[in-house]
Design a protein around this ligand. Structure first.
Ligand code: UDP
Length: 382
């Protein structure tokens, strides 16, 4: 296939990320498959990205994730500076057939503002769309800029202007899903796990409360803002308190973390992360937001661990209640379901992952969307 895609992963973390990194993990999963299908990939990321690509372009030497806790006026320039680099490249070169953009809000705004003379673009919506109602309510990319969601439920909640630009959704994928159905079962321990950023939407405070009430062991894995390890957070300066996730941790989660019933192990990566999830009785998602795509949900299935969750956002699309997990309406319902998790068959989870959530499945769908977006842009330019 003769197609060159500028994959805009943004300035926050290198690709692949050194652990946590939802969007960067998606890009790291997608790009090798696209290249296997013959797509040439120019990656716009930070200079320390190590993912094999045809070309890497960057504005920042390394990930700017740590700056995200600063006040808005000190943060917003980062994504704009990165996009400046992307726009310059698009103006200077003529080999880019399409931009696949992953930069929340700013990517969509800049690509639409480039106007009719610019090439086609597909912007993937990774977040809860309630975050930017003003942008999404008035977006106008003509026939040139299209968006896709990471679940049907995410797009269903989008404002009309954004829905008018949508070409559908593509579920997230994980390399762990490849041949997941062929892997031998893993011996389960007694713990449950919550894997994800420690942030109010992911509901770690609910999980910790339930662990104490219902009497199960719970491991919390994930960073708190930019702090990856408990020691890092413990020695952070006063600026840490500006970060809403740090405040959430300190006020609502940490008081419930006793190091016995509920433990925080910080950010986990690689096989340590996979083993932690694979050996858990269930992965818990006590969600307080409409989970848009749920990478960690899919990863859990891939390693054979059922999901016990509040069924918000994409969860009902990803999990079949009673087969690959258990879905509750609220916190009380979740408490009732935890004991039932042991009755679920881990093979069903792994089979579901290898059927629906492999990188190849995701890449083939994106290639279809790239063609669709290019055709629509070409037809309107003719
Ligand atoms: N993750 C990780 N280590 C951690 C916590 C999370 O590697 O300690 C990864 C997790 O495996 C998943 C991603 O970070 O691949 C989080 O993506 P998800 O879509 O679940 O959450 P969000 O993008 O909302 O943060």
């Amino acid at each position: 296939m003769s197609l060159t895609v500028l994959m805009n992963a943004g300035p926050w973390l290198p690709v692949p990320p050194p652990g946590y990194g939802g969007i960067e993990n998606v890009v790291a999963t997608l790009v090798p498959e696209l290249r296997r299908l013959g797509v040439r990939v120019v990656l716009a990321s930070t200079a320390d990205s190590t993912l094999p690509v045809d070309e890497l372009m960057s504005v920042f030497p390394d990930g700017q994730f740590g700056a995200l806790q600063r006040p808005y006026n000190q943060v917003c320039g980062i994504s704009h500076a990165h996009l400046n680099g992307v726009v310059r490249a698009l103006r200077e070169r003529d080999d880019i057939d399409l931009v696949h953009d992953h930069v929340e809000a700013v990517g969509l705004a800049v690509l639409t503002a480039m106007g009719p003379g610019a090439g086609p673009a597909l912007h993937t919506l990774h977040w809860d769309l309630g975050k930017h109602p003003d942008l999404y309510g008035y977006v106008d990319g003509g026939d040139r800029v299209r968006v896709n969601g990471v679940s049907a439920s995410q797009l269903a909640r989008a404002p009309q202007a954004l829905q008018d630009h949508a070409v559908g959704h593509v579920h997230l994928a994980t390399p762990l899903a490849v041949d997941a159905d062929l892997r031998p079962p893993v011996e389960k321990s007694d713990h449950l796990v919550i894997l994800g950023r420690i942030t109010p939407g992911k509901g770690q405070h609910i999980g910790a409360r339930l662990a104490h009430q219902a009497g199960f062991d719970l491991v919390l894995a994930g960073p708190v803002g930019p702090y990856r390890r408990p020691e890092e957070l413990a020695s952070a300066g006063p600026e840490a308190g500006q970060n809403p996730d740090v405040r959430y941790w300190r006020e609502q989660v940490a008081p419930l973390v006793d190091g016995v019933r509920v433990r925080w192990v910080g950010m986990v990566a690689g096989t340590a992360r996979d083993d932690l999830v694979a050996s858990a009785r269930a992965t818990l998602f006590p969600l307080c937001w409409e989970e848009p795509g749920g990478t960690a949900v899919i990863e859990s299935l891939a390693v054979g661990t059922p999901v016990v969750a509040i069924g918000r956002g994409c969860l009902p699309e990803l999990i079949e209640h009673g087969r690959t997990g258990l879905l509750a309406d609220d916190e009380d319902g979740l408490a009732d379901l935890v004991p039932e998790a042991s009755g679920l068959d881990e093979r069903e989870c792994r089979q579901e992952a290898s059927r629906r959530f492999t990188p190849a499945t995701m890449a083939e769908r994106y290639v279809d969307l790239y063609e669709q977006v290019r055709r629509a842009a070409a037809a309107s330019a003719a």
